[in-house]
Design a protein around this ligand. Structure first.
Ligand code: NAD
Length: 252
């Protein structure tokens, strides 16, 4: 009962595939209306269509989370359609893989623009509405790489940006809790999504697999209950928390 999200309005960035898609389905199945947001409109539309077929009220929006005008337009469109925002899943993120000594400033900036600046913009735009109404749940997607340095490396910008996600979550989570807004993050281990199927990441994935006590990669479905929990009143006493779901990988 306390895990139901009926009447709630949610959005998921990077909702067009992978983890974001799984989050959108989970929130919708728990009763929320869901805006699926992606850089690529066609992907957002595809997932919104899947939700509609299940009877879930959905909306597809295109936005680049690193652009303030896109983020404001996204929030405005959700408010125009459904009146407010209760649940913000700031999940869009990118992982560019290069040795630290070869990482270009462009790669560094791109990573931070999406993974951290995008999160700041989304938390601020959705947070203003939530603070106004005295209620909100923000769930950011960090990564196990915020805690440990998964071996082998070549993930300097990514790891640093995800550590930033955790600190941003802790800071907002404590700053806003007395005004009814809870901010938490989820740190997945290695999840079987299009992100890790890129050719550059494949050799890393094979090595990472040897270091997962669970003996397999996570599936996006392994994360679904966590996002519903953090979006629901069952987690009302939790804020600034980094919920790690990695099959034990950070312990080995
Ligand atoms: P993915 O690449 O499969 O999907 C990401 C989605 O985000 C894509 O649909 C893409 O179009 C969209 N996107 C990219 N840049 C965007 C932008 N600027 N604005 C809006 N949308 C944008 O990735 P995934 O594996 O589902 O990862 C989702 C999140 O989970 C990311 O933050 C990622 O860092 C994090 N994560 C993934 C793993 C993993 O192993 N897959 C592990 C830990 C954390």
């Amino acid at each position: 009962e306390r895990l139901r999200l009926d009447g709630r309005v949610a959005y998921v960035t990077g909702g067009g595939q992978g983890i974001g898609r799984a989050f959108a389905h989970a929130l919708g199945e728990a009763g929320a209306k869901v805006a699926v947001v992606d850089l690529v409109l066609a992907k957002a539309e595809g997932v919104a269509c899947e939700l509609s077929l299940k009877g879930i009220k959905s909306l597809a929006l295109a936005a680049d989370v690193s652009k303030p005008e896109d983020v404001q337009r996204m929030v405005d469109a959700i408010v125009a359609r459904w009146g407010t925002v209760h649940i913000a899943c700031n999940n869009a993120g990118i992982n560019l893989n290069s040795a630290s000594e070869e990482t270009s400033l462009e790669e560094w900036d791109k990573t931070f623009n999406v993974n951290l600046r995008g999160l700041f913009l989304c938390c601020q735009a959705a947070g203003r509405i939530m603070l106004n109404q005295g209620y909100g749940k923000i769930i950011n997607t960090a990564s196990m790489a915020s805690l440990i340095v998964p071996h082998p490396q070549k993930q300097l910008a990514y790891n640093a940006s995800k550590a930033g996600v955790v600190k941003l979550t802790q800071t907002l989570g404590t700053e806003w809790i007395d005004r009814g807004v809870k901010v938490n993050c989820i740190s997945p281990g290695i999840v079987d999504t299009p992100l890790i199927r890129s050719r550059e990441l494949q050799p890393l994935v094979r090595r990472w697999l040897d270091n997962i006590p669970a003996g397999r990669l996570a599936q996006p479905t392994d994360l679904q209950a966590a996002v519903v929990y953090l979006a629901s009143e069952a987690s009302d006493y939790m804020t600034g928390h980094n919920l790690v779901i990695e099959g034990g990988q950070s312990l080995w």
